[in-house]
Design a protein around this ligand. Structure first.
Ligand SMILES: [Zn+2]
Ligand SMILES: [Zn+2]
Length: 254
């Protein structure tokens, strides 16, 4: 599996893009603003979108993607998520008010968009590429994802605060190579982080202390304007895990 970062920021501006990971040519893990950087033909090849949760920074490109490429494709784009996430997309986004319901376009028999509900702990196997929804702890029901090629694994935390369920998965993943974990705020915004159920560096360090594996650790979802400060604090609080900042267009191979 090849994984390319299309977006890894907590916001936009300049070259910043919100969260999206492209797996090979046909799978997205979250669909933030970075998806729009792909050329049209690459957009049309995306068959599967795994959504971590319903927040806009993770789903905002789905409506535009489906509208843009639907007529170029012979099969629907399938959006995977837990029930609460899909319910929110149906009720609040693809509801004919904010955007059309593309499960009915051009008709319900051959729609541009399909939903597939998954449960926490469930694995979807796409030709040997195993994608598993893993626990997250956020202000709305949410998951992260574990990606396993059979040779090695990458775990993406999704948006999360303190999350023992994540560490149970991390510690049970024998072939874990990479961990991508969010740290949305600096320590001076500890209270905002807690209220919005995101990590800050000193809580990240407490969380990483639960890890018995030794993957390469990458930090994602940093708030624009606080990037340098947050990474400095991450280095001070969690330096023993040698965390690095996730970069846009960075690639991983599993
Ligand atoms: Zn969120
Ligand atoms: Zn987010």
């Amino acid at each position: 599996m090849r994984i390319r970062v299309l977006g890894c920021s907590g916001g936009i501006g300049g070259g910043l893009r919100t969260t999206a990971l492209l797996v090979d040519e046909d799978v997205l893990i979250d669909a933030g603003t970075g998806v729009g950087d792909l050329p049209l033909q690459a957009l049309a090849r995306i068959d599967h979108i795994f959504v971590s949760h319903s927040h806009l920074d993770h789903v905002t490109s789905i409506p535009f993607l489906v509208d843009t490429v639907g007529g170029m494709r012979s099969a629907p784009v399938t959006v995977y998520g837990i029930k609460e996430t899909l319910d929110t997309l149906r009720t609040h986004l693809f509801n004919w008010k904010l955007w059309p319901d593309f499960t009915q376009i051009p008709d319900a028999v051959r729609p541009f968009l399909a939903y597939r509900e998954i449960r926490v702990g469930e694995t979807v196997d796409l030709d040997g590429r195993r994608i598993t929804a893993i626990p997250a702890n956020h202000t709305v029901p949410a998951v992260g994802y574990a990606l396993d090629s059979g040779r090695s694994s990458l775990i993406y935390s999704g948006d999360t605060w303190v999350n023992d369920g994540l560490w149970r998965v991390v510690n049970a993943t024998a072939n874990l190579k990479y961990l991508i974990i969010e740290t949305a705020f600096s320590d001076k915004e500890h209270d905002v982080a807690m209220a919005s159920k995101h990590l800050c560096p000193r809580v990240l360090a407490l969380e990483l202390a639960k890890m018995r594996a030794s993957p390469e650790v990458f930090i994602t979802h940093l708030k624009p304007g606080e990037v340098a400060l947050t990474m400095k604090e991450v280095g001070e609080a969690a330096g023993r895990w040698r965390p690095r900042m996730l970069e846009n267009n960075q690639e991983f191979s599993l």
